[in-house]
Design a protein around this ligand. Structure first.
Ligand code: GRF
Length: 206
């Protein structure tokens, strides 16, 4: 059971990225605009030193850290990240294009406090290339999902989905990904806001 946050506390969010970081930017902009009330992005952590998102995070005035995997086991790498999260007194961890499955130890360190966004209507099309999978399966509709993270790839409890993306006959992976991304950028801040509200009260999100 997740420990509750004090209502007056400003929630401290960490965002983990591996790539371009557009969802990270969407979250940062939502926090700045007050659409995620009483919260701050305390740190953006990348496991890739060349991640495009790092420069974008700095351009938004966010603290960044690079914690590379090289030479470390998954457990060692995660332990380093968890220790950075602890030193930043993080309340909520948002994975945003973070390309690694988390270890048990990481998940246990933040029970019900790690979220991920995925570009499909889970449980359909987990894993890599979700948009290509949807096209190849000739799905008619797709969207995105925000879910809690567990040790299964894209397998944790689903919080919210956006089912607003119709697949067109002439869609390519790129055109479809672009339309899903628009929905991702709306959905993720909404769910973060709900989860934080939930942590400050006793009701449940879902
Ligand atoms: C998004 O499609 C997200 O759903 C998936 O990885 C992609 C990351 O994109 N998990 P970005 O780095 O947020 O632009």
């Amino acid at each position: 059971m997740a420990q509750r946050l004090e209502v007056t506390e400003r929630a401290r969010i960490a965002i983990l990225i591996s790539g371009r970081g557009s969802n990270m930017v969407a979250l940062a902009e939502a926090v700045r605009a007050g659409r995620v009330p009483n919260a701050e992005i305390s740190v953006v952590i990348s496991d890739q030193k060349n991640a495009l998102g790092l420069a974008r995070a700095r351009a938004h005035g966010l603290e960044t850290m690079v914690i590379e995997r090289s030479g470390l086991t998954r457990e060692e790498h995660d332990r380093t990240i968890v220790s950075a999260l602890r030193s930043h007194r993080i309340d909520l961890v948002c994975l945003a294009g973070y390309m690694r499955i988390l270890s048990r130890e990481f998940i246990d360190a933040y029970p019900d406090r790690i979220l991920n966004i995925h570009p499909s209507l889970l449980p359909a099309f987990p894993g890599l290339d979700a948009q290509r999978q949807a096209l190849e399966a000739r799905a008619k509709v797709t969207g995105c999902t925000v879910h809690f993270v567990n040790e299964t790839l894209d397998g944790g409890r689903i919080l919210r989905q956006s089912e607003d993306v119709d697949i067109q006959a002439d869609d390519t992976v790129e055109t479809l990904s672009d339309r899903i991304l628009i929905e991702e950028h709306k959905l993720y801040p909404e769910v973060v806001s709900l989860v934080l509200e939930n942590l400050k009260s006793s009701s449940t999100v879902g």
